[in-house]
Design a protein around this ligand. Structure first.
Ligand SMILES: [Zn+2]
Length: 541
């Protein structure tokens, strides 16, 4: 292990704004002690316990995935993946095979997306019962806001039939969906939960992720699930875990959050649902159905939550997607700021998740109140394409004005980007690239801004403003990448898309056109947590 003691890295390309031409760095007791070039590093060779020759590899701050669901992600990694299916028949075949493998146990699947199917007809509950030989089945849609379930699961949670969002044949949504998901997760043994969480944290490390924010809540696995996750990462060379607890502020909710050691009372506290499931709250009806969606929290409840968390000095927040929900959240923040003062609102460090349909005025207002925008660029890459899910649900006009990364950066807002895994995969470079290549060219941001939003901004969201850069004093949470080309990308393609001018003195980022860089090693507090073989092969004692 290389945690305690001094490790000198040589011969790399170091992504550091304090020294754009750095090739070497010294780690002392888990922190970065010095950054410079190889000749400057010679004075440190004798005092180093370990010298690692990087042979041109790229060393950068590790990524922060600031919105994940660890247990569901692990279940996707270890359970039935329905993202490749393209028809009801293929889905049923996959369920049948899996049901045989789990022999009467729960069939837990994820990732079907009927908007990609040539024929969008979903299987009936009867079809599912037959395919699963009568087992309990829970199959989350790709956005995890609705699910196909079997009669056996309904039989175990009888009250589900009286809840909003229940359907006797199609997918369950809203409260009925939350109930089904809770019931399915209850069937997990603590051993399979730990297996799932371990799988997630290791997958994160393998993708250069050094910290995650778990979006927990009463209907998403519960307090036990969040506690188990935190316990898993404590003291281990695993990604750091910060937890947000998604429950409306009350003495009870504050107590639960304290028990879990949650950083904030927010995250996936649902103001509305999702566009894919037509449960995001819209001002005008959906383009493809006569509904405005659903709003689970009223404007008064939203305001109450912001007021109580602000008064307690605890970060609050929400999951908010549709334009009606975005408006209510913005107005509620403004109203609390009028009452308690903008400084107090800013001081609490609130954040909002997704925020896909904010207007420019709303963005300016929220940015001025220090609200962090936690967003998922891959949503745009997947759903913002012409004829994609946004177009289908909203029509072209509304679909064009979404996920306004450039407006947020221009307004001085804190933008943190992430995966919402399992909704999109733990692939940070994919998110960086999606932010640079927004389907709406006006909302593209530079590689540097996108990289910052996926590293330093994630630490900042949990109050750690000194973390996430390669500067002396910062913790050595790093990732080492195999790259062929480093380039500096600017958003304004009318002038010049790429600049490789070394005089620019801006450290370069990998050229993502040749695919995602390969992660060679991930270091958490200076300890090699992933890529041990590579690390050992490059080290001299
Ligand atoms: Zn989420």
């Amino acid at each position: 292990m290389s945690g305690a003691g001094r490790t000198l890295l040589l011969g790399g390309v170091v992504y550091s704004h304090s020294d754009p031409f750095a090739t070497a760095l010294l780690i002392d007791d888990g922190r970065i002690a010095w950054v410079g070039d190889d000749s400057g590093a010679q004075v440190h060779v004798d005092i180093a316990d370990q010298v690692v020759h990087l042979d041109g590899a790229f060393v950068a701050p590790g990524f922060v995935d600031s919105h994940i669901h660890a247990t569901s992600t692990g279940l996707v990694l270890t359970a039935l993946d329905l993202s490749p299916v393209r028809s009801a028949g293929e889905l049923l075949d996959a369920v049948q095979t899996h049901a045989q493998n789990v022999r009467g146990g729960l069939v837990y699947g994820h990732g079907w997306d009927e908007t990609n199917w040539p024929d969008r007809t979903l299987p009936t509950r009867g079809d599912l019962d037959r395919a699963a030989w009568g087992s309990e089945v829970y199959l989350a849609r790709v956005d995890v806001h609705s699910a196909l379930i079997s009669s056996a699961l309904v039989a175990r949670v009888r009250e589900i039939t009286e809840q909003a969002g229940y359907s006797s044949d199609g997918p369950v949504e809203q409260i009925a969906h939350e109930m089904a998901r809770t019931a399915a997760l209850e069937r997990l043994s603590s051993a399979s939960r730990e297996r799932a969480q371990q799988a997630t944290l290791h997958e994160a490390l393998a993708n250069g992720i050094v910290a995650v924010h778990e979006m927990a809540g009463p209907s998403i696995g519960g307090a036990q699930d969040a506690q188990a996750l935190r316990a898993l990462s404590d003291g281990q060379p695993l990604p750091k875990v910060d937890v947000y607890w998604g429950e409306v502020a009350s003495p009870q909710a504050f107590e639960t959050a304290r028990d879990i050691g949650a950083y904030g009372l927010g995250g996936d506290l649902f103001v509305d649902g999702s566009l894919g499931s037509r449960t995001a709250a819209l001002v005008e009806p959906y383009a493809d159905a006569p509904t405005h969606g659903r709003q689970y929290l009223s404007r008064d409840e939203i305001e109450h939550h912001i007021r109580l968390t602000t008064e307690a000095g605890i970060p609050g927040g929400f999951h908010v997607i549709g334009d009606a929900a975005c408006q209510d959240v913005t107005r509620a923040f403004e109203s609390v700021a009028l009452d308690l003062g903008a400084d107090r609102v800013r001081g609490a460090g609130h954040r909002i998740e997704h925020a896909e349909m904010l207007t420019r005025a709303d963005i300016a207002s929220l940015a001025s109140l220090g609200v962090t925008f936690s967003m998922q660029p891959v949503f745009d890459a997947w759903w913002g394409v012409s004829g994609g899910m946004y177009d289908q649900r909203l029509g072209t006009d509304r679909a064009c004005g979404m996920n306004s990364f450039a407006d947020i950066v221009a307004a001085g807002g804190h933008l943190t980007i992430n995966s919402d895994s399992p909704v999109t995969p733990l692939r940070p470079w994919m998110a960086v690239r999606a932010a640079m290549e927004h389907t709406n060219p006006e909302q593209r941001i530079s590689g540097r801004a996108a990289f910052n939003a996926h590293t330093r901004a994630g630490w900042r969201a949990v109050g750690q403003v000194e973390v996430g850069t390669i500067t002396p004093g910062a913790p050595a949470h790093l990732a080492v990448w195999q790259v062929d080309d480093l380039q500096v990308r600017v958003p304004d393609e009318r002038v010049q898309g790429w600049s490789t001018d070394p005089r620019a003195a801006t450290p370069g980022l990998p050229d993502l056109d040749s695919g995602d860089p390969q992660c060679l090693a991930t270091l958490v507090a200076g300890q090699c947590a992933y890529g041990h073989e590579y690390w050992e092969s490059r080290s001299a004692g």
